[in-house]
Design a protein around this ligand. Structure first.
Ligand SMILES: Cc1ncc(COP(=O)(O)O)c(C=O)c1O
Length: 414
């Protein structure tokens, strides 16, 4: 999907949902925690915490390796979680889901694997709103091969300049790699259109889905992209786990990323035969508990319903945006027509870090800085923004608390 689509009446019982997240009932400095930093990482529901605890309490064994019962149970849970991720993004086959540490590792895997196909002068197209994890691996590939990075500009509202994108696609373009939803601006990019335009010219497309699957339904078959990377910790699962979707024929053609146990069929000093996909990319003992936790997070998201989540979060963003517009000296950075629940902003004469520190003293967690997207900051000629990133367990009362604190910040510094 490119956009939240039609917004229906919110059907989410937020009070009940909040009961599922133990940390939301914690205090910081003796004040109830208000957690508005969900684009950095999300909190974990009890079902995810229990899935991880349960694995270590009663099911801990290595996967794929032993005939004993515990190992079989662990393998079933680990592979079952892969199927859950497959269903979440509607991949055609669970063999197309590779377990990794997260989006960063996913993009590094692709960049390493494709390296040999690049020659000097070949071009990779990324956008001006990429997270560093969708810039630096390609810059490293360029250093190794002599390929060149081309950048789709963004307009003042934070939308991709699609005309410029089309102009960038030429005979030298070998790959397009773009973010689905910007973590710094909230922009939801027209990725289906991007894939179609690239495919018309025979160019494969990588999509960074780190900020998307937890907010909107995603269908990789409908998008038809070659690769789609997702991150567990951004979608209510543990840290250190994520998944890379790749079309089976692309994964088959990519060489292994790392060598070691589990990624082989046989090894001798004369030579080694690699395992089939996806195991070819999963060298060593994987993050079994993380994968099981990610499976539980998928169940949780689907039990709430991604349409309901999108609708509820859209309402929250509108509410927060209305409040932001009433604060003198506050500028919203990123005002695209289609936005996820991210509100980035600056306040005249106040450094974003001061905003973050003052809110923290009131128990309110927001993110300040460049959000690992320094080229976005350069685009707007600012060093940093303050960012409120909302999700389905946030409430209007929490937004009120944040804006009451922001009004104080504004008064103190004006
Ligand atoms: C848009 C985007 N891409 C990539 C990443 C990196 O993801 P991971 O933490 O899974 O490596 C992030 C994390 O902030 C992100 O927001």
């Amino acid at each position: 999907m490119d956009s939240p689509g039609v917004i229906t009446q919110a059907a989410l019982d937020v009070d009940r949902v909040r009961q599922d997240f133990p940390i939301l009932h914690e205090q910081v400095y003796g004040i109830d925690l208000v957690y508005l930093d969900n684009a950095a990482t999300t909190q974990k529901p009890r079902t995810v915490i229990e899935a991880v605890t349960n694995y270590y309490s009663v099911g801990n064994a290595n996967v794929h390796r032993a005939v004993h019962r515990l190992s079989q149970v662990a393998t079933e849970a680990y592979e079952g979680a892969r199927v859950k991720v497959q269903r979440l993004i509607n991949a055609a086959d669970s063999r197309e889901i590779v377990w990794l540490r997260g989006v960063t590792e996913g993009i590094n895997l692709i960049a390493n694997g494709l390296s040999a196909q690049f020659k000097p002068g070949d071009e990779i197209v990324v956008s001006n709103m990429e997270h560093h994890s969708n810039i630096v691996p390609w810059q490293m590939l360029c250093q190794r091969t002599g390929a060149v990075l081309r950048v789709i500009p963004i307009d003042e509202s934070g939308q991709l300049e699609m005309d410029r994108f089309e102009e960038l696609l030429g005979p030298r373009t070998k790959l397009v790699s773009v973010v689905h939803v910007s973590n710094a601006l909230g922009t939801v990019n027209p990725v289906k259109r991007i894939v179609d335009l690239a495919h018309e010219r025979g160019i494969p497309v990588v999509i960074d889905g780190a900020q998307c699957v937890q907010h909107y339904p995603v269908d990789v078959q409908e998008l038809d992209c070659e690769f789609y990377a997702i991150s567990g910790h951004k979608m209510y699962a543990p840290t250190g786990i994520g998944a890379l979707y790749g079309k089976a024929d692309w994964l088959e053609r990519l060489p292994p990323y790392q060598g070691g146990g589990d990624m082989i069929l046989s090894v001798s000093f004369e030579g080694t035969t690699y395992n089939e996909i996806p195991f070819k990319f999963e060298a060593g003992t994987p993050h079994i508990a993380g994968a099981i936790g990610m499976g539980a997070a998928v169940d949780y998201l689907l039990s709430l319903g991604l349409e309901n989540i999108a609708s509820y979060e859209h309402d929250l963003l509108e509410y927060a945006t209305e409040q932001a517009l009433q604060i003198p000296g506050l500028q919203i950075v990123g005002t695209a027509d289609k936005k996820s629940s991210v509100l980035s902003f600056t306040i005249d004469r106040v450094h974003p870090h001061d905003i973050g520190t003052i809110l923290d003293q009131q128990g309110i967690a927001i993110r300040t800085g460049h959000h690992c997207a320094q080229p976005v900051m350069d685009r707007y000629q600012i060093p940093a923004t303050a960012r409120i990133s909302l999700c389905f367990y946030n409430t209007r009362q929490e937004i009120d608390a944040a804006f009451a604190a922001l009004r104080k910040v504004q008064e103190v510094f004006s």
